[in-house]
Structure formats: C-alpha cells, structure tokens
Design a protein around this ligand. Structure first.
Ligand SMILES: *[C@@H]1O[C@H](CO)[C@@H](O)[C@H](O)[C@H]1NC(C)=O
Ligand SMILES: *[C@@H]1O[C@H](CO)[C@@H](O)[C@H](O)[C@H]1NC(C)=O
Ligand SMILES: *[C@@H]1O[C@H](CO)[C@@H](O)[C@H](O)[C@H]1NC(C)=O
Ligand SMILES: *[C@@H]1O[C@H](CO)[C@@H](O)[C@H](O)[C@H]1NC(C)=O
Ligand SMILES: *[C@@H]1O[C@H](CO)[C@@H](O)[C@H](O)[C@H]1NC(C)=O
Ligand SMILES: *[C@@H]1O[C@H](CO)[C@@H](O)[C@H](O)[C@H]1NC(C)=O
Ligand SMILES: *[C@@H]1O[C@H](CO)[C@@H](O)[C@H](O)[C@H]1NC(C)=O
Length: 380
C-alpha cells in the first residue's frame, strides 16, 4: 500500500490480522482506507477520585446534578490527589490515504467529541456530511480513532482510568506513532468539542505537536456548561441501551436519548431529522472519570503555528446558545480561545449561522467541512 511504512513487528501483526483494504472496489479508485487497533502505551497524569461505580441511576443522577450546580465544587470535593496511569490500551483506528499521496503530503489527525466515535468524521460516506472524504478530495490523508472508552476502543475503569489526562496521553502517543504508519510532510490536528479540549491540552503540554490546528465547536467560556451537562441527563449505559452496551461498569453513561441530544447538540429546524436519528442512534459513551476531570483551560504558550476555530452560532454547550456576542475585548465567545494561544502565528474564527454543537450534522455541515479544507489549503 503506497505511503505506508511498517516499521516494527507489532505493526506488522496488526496489519496482517486486521488490515482491510477497499482498493479492490471500483467505486473509490482515488484512495484507500484501512482499519486496525493501535496498542498505545501511556504514562498518564490523572487524579485519584473518591468515587465508586454508581450503584443505581439515582446515584449517577445525583453526581450529574452536583456537577451542574452554580459554581460546582464536586470535582475538587472528590479529588484525593494526583495519580499516574501506566497502561497499554487498544485504540480502534482508521487511516485513509489518497493513492497519489506524496511523502511531503498533509495528514489530518482527528479527535471526536464525547458521546460520539470516529463516525463523526466518516458519516454517510458519499454525501456532503462526510468529513473524511472532503479531506481526501483535498489530497490529504486522514487518521481517525475511537477515543479511549468509546466506540470499539478499550473500555477500562471509567473512573480512575478514563479521565482527561489519559485521553491527552493517548492522543499524544497516537500522533507520535503516526510516522510509523505513514510518511507525511505536515500534520494538522482537527478536534470536535471535547476532542478540541483534548487537543488544546495536548498543545499546552507539547508545543508544536501540529503544523496547524482546527478546533471546532469550542469556546473558552463556560457559559453553557451547567445547563449543557444537566441537559445530557446521563444514564447508566448498560441499563439505558442494553441492545448496544453490555458488560460495562456503571461509570459508563449515555445521554438520556433523542430529546436530550437535540437540546445540547442540534438546532431545529436546521438539520435533517433522518441524519439526526442515524447519528444519535449510536448512543455513544461518556465516563464519570472524564466528566469529573474536565480541565481548566491551559495556555498553549509554546504553540506558534496557525489556529482556526469554528463554532456554530447557536452552540449550547460552549456558548449557552448564543455565540456571536462580544466577551470583554473578544468579538465573540469562540474568539476567547485566542487567549489560550498567545504565540499562534495566525488565529482565525468562523461562526457558521443556524448551527448547533454537532456542526457537521446540520444543513450547514457540508459548507463548514469544505471551509475547513479551504483554510488548510491556504495555510499549510
Ligand atoms: C466509502 O465507502 C466505500 C465503499 O464501501 C469505501 O471503498 C471507502 O473506503 C469508504 N470511504 C471512507 C472514507 O471510509
Ligand atoms: C508498549 O509496551 C509493550 C510492553 O511493555 C512493549 O512490548 C511495546 O514495545 C511498547 N510499544 C511501544 C510502541 O512503545
Ligand atoms: C471519601 O469520601 C467519603 C465520603 O463520601 C469520606 O468519608 C472519605 O473521607 C473520603 N476519602 C478520602 C480519602 O478523601
Ligand atoms: C459563583 O462565583 C462567582 C465568581 O466567583 C461569584 O461572583 C458568585 O457569587 C458565585 N455564585 C454563587 C451562587 O455562589
Ligand atoms: C509509570 O511510568 C513512569 C515512566 O514510564 C515511571 O516513572 C513511574 O514510576 C510509573 N509509575 C507507576 C505507578 O508504575
Ligand atoms: C459509532 O457511531 C455511529 C453513529 O452513532 C454508530 O452507528 C456506530 O454503531 C458506532 N460504532 C461503535 C463501534 O460504537
Ligand atoms: C490569518 O489568516 C487568514 C486567512 O486564513 C487571513 O485572512 C488573515 O489576514 C490572517 N491574519 C493575520 C493576522 O495574519
């Protein structure tokens, strides 16, 4: 397969057992995708949480309620102190590479949001909603993965292990392992929502991990956090969606269902309800460990490359539903993210209209996806 180098034995085994090429199909002659598990070793900075698996839905709902309090202190109240997670996790990954990909080409590294999986980037193949195909049409390779505790990736202890610190370590490790899979020239990080939060933290830690960064559905204000959390109405995953999730600890939750997802993620009537149902039927996961360790935004002082922020004008989680209003010296809520990137060479903000938090699944999605590719083409 062009563009791919297999450097060590573990990768060779992964490919031999799990490699799945679509190249034989005549419908997609211009690129090839492969799917595999990446074993990722991490030594992650986490915290020890004084929380055990909820014994029932009342306990879980009580925790969420306390997280949604005004000036909530539950995170600090249950934090005992710093901890380290040294472990190896299997991360489900998908890599798509244009057939004519050059050794100096651009690869996009994508990180999806909470309660979703990599499908956010690879939805309805063959339509404008599909981000991966837009990237490939631009000649870029694209790496997608199911986050730790999501989709088909490992689902370890959802309190002590699946926390933001572990998610950051997994993202950084995957970026650093990417050259063993593919020769490329530049790498662009692309995050959605919680995935953007993870990438910001990774850049604060690592500096120029990416040559350019696209942060979508993000703001550094917490205007919508309390109502957004409450609106999720999380439920124990194995009880709420036993047809999808079995054998998970009760620290793994899903949102309450379609009406909850509409509140937090969508703006009616600016989406196709079939698209909504198809995307939200997956009942993606979120762990208590992640909800209890959402970071105070850290400043990516050493990051000197360009940043693009794209947040829908009615993002409920990030802006409390109204993004395009000035905050202090910043012209809009999403523009506040600039305070986290004091050294970025360029900082650009786009606020698409009639768009909620899960941007790509709105009627505006295809245009937004194309705008992101256009920005990259003009930037890296
Ligand atoms: C889209 O579907 C076709 C046909 O199944 C497949 O060959 C191709 O790899 C898919 N593209 C992506 C980005 O997954
Ligand atoms: C991960 O750890 C295992 C066991 O310690 C080791 O065999 C493997 O080489 C490590 N992989 C990487 C990519 O460091
Ligand atoms: C954990 O919380 C319980 C109350 O819920 C408290 O009694 C106990 O002291 C806490 N443990 C630590 C180590 O903070
Ligand atoms: C929450 O914190 C803000 C800022 O510290 C403070 O002004 C406000 O009074 C607090 N609200 C409550 C209900 O404690
Ligand atoms: C975790 O790994 C780090 C570095 O790999 C090591 O320094 C530390 O002692 C390990 N901690 C535990 C608890 O195993
Ligand atoms: C990923 O999400 C999609 C869309 O919700 C869903 O159809 C699919 O089943 C999910 N995959 C896994 C492995 O959870
Ligand atoms: C940042 O880049 C955009 C194009 O992506 C350009 O329009 C803008 O002038 C640039 N800003 C600065 C300060 O260079």
């Amino acid at each position: 397969m062009r563009g791919i180098r297999i450097l060590n034995i573990s990768w060779a085994i992964v490919f031999a057992t799990l490699f799945h090429s679509y190249s034989a199909q005549t419908t997609s002659p211009s690129y090839q995708c492969s799917e595999f598990f990446v074993p990722v070793n991490v030594s992650a900075q986490t915290v020890q949480l004084n929380v055990t698996n909820p014994q029932n839905q009342f306990e879980l709902t009580n925790l969420l309620t306390q997280m949604a309090y005004t000036n909530a202190t539950i995170d600090q109240d249950v934090t005992i102190g710093p901890a380290t997670v040294n472990d190896t996790f299997n991360i489900w990954s998908q890599l798509c590479i244009p057939n004519d990909f050059a050794a100096d080409g651009v690869v996009e590294f994508t990180a999806h949001g909470s309660t979703f999986n990599h499908t956010y980037w690879n939805f309805r193949n063959g339509t404008g909603y599909n981000y991966a195909e837009a990237a490939l049409r631009s000649g870029h390779a694209i790496f997608m993965y199911d986050g730790l505790g999501e989709g088909a990736s490992d689902k370890p202890d959802g309190i002590q292990k699946v926390q933001i610190g572990t998610e950051i370590a997994v993202a950084v490790a995957l970026v650093k392992q990417l050259p063993s899979l593919l020769s490329f020239g530049k790498i662009v990080g692309v995050g959605h929502a919680h995935g953007s939060v993870v990438l910001i933290a990774a850049l604060a830690q690592e500096g120029n991990l990416f040559d350019a960064t696209v942060l979508t559905s993000i703001s550094s204000t917490t205007a919508g956090l309390s109502a957004g959390l409450a609106g999720m109405d999380i439920e124990i995953a194995t009880e709420a969606a036993p047809e999808i999730w079995q054998n998970l600890e009760s620290s793994y939750a899903v949102t309450g269902g379609f009406t909850n997802d509409q509140i937090g993620y969508y703006l009616y009537p600016f989406f196709d309800t079939d698209v909504f149902v198809e995307m939200q039927s997956g009942r993606g996961l979120v762990t208590l460990g992640v909800l209890l360790t959402l970071p105070a935004n850290s400043v990516a002082q050493e990051y000197t490359n360009p940043v693009l922020v794209v947040t829908g004008d009615h993002d409920f989680f990030m802006c409390g539903g109204v993004c395009d209003v000035a905050v202090g010296d910043f012209p809009s809520m999403p523009a506040t993210v600039q305070s986290l990137f004091p050294s970025a060479s360029n900082f650009t903000v786009m606020i698409p209209e009639n768009t909620g938090h899960v941007m790509f699944m709105h009627l505006s999605g295809p245009d937004i996806i194309q705008s992101i590719q256009d920005w990259m083409d003009g930037t890296v």
